[in-house]
Design a binder for this molecule. Sequence first.
Ligand code: GLN
Length: 544
Amino acid sequence: MQPQKQTKFIFVTGGVISALGKGISAAAIGTLLELRGLKITFMKLDPYINVDPGTMSPFQHGEVYVTDDGAETDMDLGHYERFTSAKMGKHNNCTTGRIYYTVITKERQGEYLGATIQVIPHITDEIKATIHKATQGVDLAIIEVGGTVGDIESLPFLEAIRQLRSEVGRDDAVNIHVTLVPYIKTAGEVKTKPTQHSVAAMRQIGIQPDILLCRSEVEINDDLKRKIALFCNVPASCVFTARDAESIYLIPKMLHEEGLDHKLTELLNIWSREPDLSAWNTIEERLAHPGGEVTIAIVGKYVGLTDSYKSLNEALKHAGLGNDVNVKLEFVDSEKLEESGDAALFLAGVDGVLVPGGFGVRGTEGKIQAIQYARENRIPFLGICLGMQLAIVEFARHCCDLKQAESTEFDRNTPHPVVALMEEQKSVKTKGATMRLGAYPCVLAEGSKARAIYGVPKISERHRHRYEVNNDFRGALQAGGLALCGTSPDGKLVEMIEIPDHPWFLGCQFHPEYKSRPIAPHPLFSSFVKASHERALSKPSDKE
Ligand code: GLN
């Protein structure tokens, strides 16, 4: 048997402040190294105590990203999958809570043979084992440590990567430290001191960064790079600027032009080809000169914080790139729409309406009004998960004479429970990971719009929900003119709906946004944006 090849590691840490875009930087580095021909994977280490982010509010933590294997993970895994072809799953995201949970479970089972369980070595050993398990069989693993250096919480993770680096050796691991080099307007200059302090904090815990990736509003010139290098104990050739970008999809190319991927292959002793960036060049070109514009309204609850719909926003942008149009997103607060009782006030000027996934009753009547408006005014409509469930409620109320139609999520005792819990879900009591999660197959009806859009009879898409279309009402919905165009292969679950007698009205019980990529836009979003653009073009222009 061949001995297994050593996986090489890039550890990405962050300094000075949070929200420096470490996740995007890691993803963009992955893009370049994958394009150089390496087989790569990623991991995100999160220093919070939640076992996974599934129970966290999207207001606090941004969207929960769902993988094919049904893991509820950090949003950064979405960036990794969008920027590369690496497949993420439950092993690619690990929290402090998960590590402690495993160690404490082992301790209760007597696996440590009477030892006193400590952060070092037991917690750090568990972290290292988790990293090794998630990164087998690839050439290179990019490991991002959440949080900022100096936080108490991230110390065990940093200690573990320090140990790992000395175990695997210099040629097989590098540390990239992402820092901020702020531009101070009043002084008219950039400041390197926060970076110096941050690197000092890293050195204090035994990690000397190999590469500094300096986030900055302005270009960092060679003199400044030399200064940073001197104070931070790295060669000047290892100081890179990551300038603010108009679009995250410009970052792979920007980092390549800085020479970052070349330097990484040099440090890691990897012989590889130059990356072919042609697909990213096309994206750059289309971003700079879009051939048109569409306005899509997203009618939802988490509109204040667009990170809670991260994958959705990105999927719409990808569809824009695919159609060569700029997609303008208008976030409509469903509660405000509900209060006003006048959907036209919010939606009269838009080219497409999207109601995304969500939980809880707040604003649902507003969403239903938006759906009715899109249906009656023949505006392209896409309903995702809760958005599809509410489209069914709306249709049942107004087209099937089921006036009190409701999801039992919002009214347990409704006489017309068109959306309800299936038997298996009724017995579930805990909250974490109790939903229908991850990839499920769906069969598309011959002759349906959904089937034409996907171009294949069977698809697989990711789910995250508890409620389902109630099969007792299928007959009534179909009699009213709704097509149940996608079902599970055994026919028991409704997965997609459409209104054949409408230019573009589709709903899906799954979340297609998780599988869209800038270089491979998702067919549902592409078709939705295309239909919206056609509507925009057919509208009389304001100037006439
Ligand atoms: N709240 C709904 C359910 O649990 C929809 C969930 C969602 O939109 N992700 O079924």
